[in-house]
Design a protein around this ligand. Structure first.
Ligand code: ZN
Length: 114
């Protein structure tokens, strides 16, 4: 194993520096659609290209959780990712990637000016 203990950079370069408080709660970290996409993409690769082994499952669940955590600013997307993660964890049901991608795309067009 060549993995080191140096933490990887968590920011994508477009991450907002501050947590944006919402009406009912304050997210635990700034929401960033770029990072949501990055983590969903990583989970997708793990779950679709590597179907064996507990390590893949753990890493995929980890990425889904990161995506969920980074999406707190967008309740619909956040809830969809959480549902996908819990369904996968409890029943190993594959996330609906098309649905997640659609929701992510809608947030992206709403937040990133073309
Ligand atoms: Zn980011």
């Amino acid at each position: 194993m060549t993995e080191t203990l140096i933490p990887k950079a968590k920011k994508c370069g477009n991450c907002p520096p501050l947590v944006v408080p919402r009406r009912s709660y304050t997210p635990t970290r700034p929401s960033c659609i770029e990072c949501v996409e990055k983590h969903l993409g990583a989970a997708y690769v793990l779950l679709t290209e590597a179907r064996e082994g507990y390590a893949y499952r753990l890493r995929a669940v980890g990425h889904l959780f990161e995506a969920e955590d980074e999406a707190q600013e967008w309740p619909e997307l956040h809830a969809a990712i959480r549902d996908a993660r819990t369904r996968y964890q409890t029943g190993e049901q594959m996330p609906d990637w098309n649905d997640l991608d659609g929701k992510l795309g809608r947030v992206r067009t709403a937040t990133v000016p073309e």
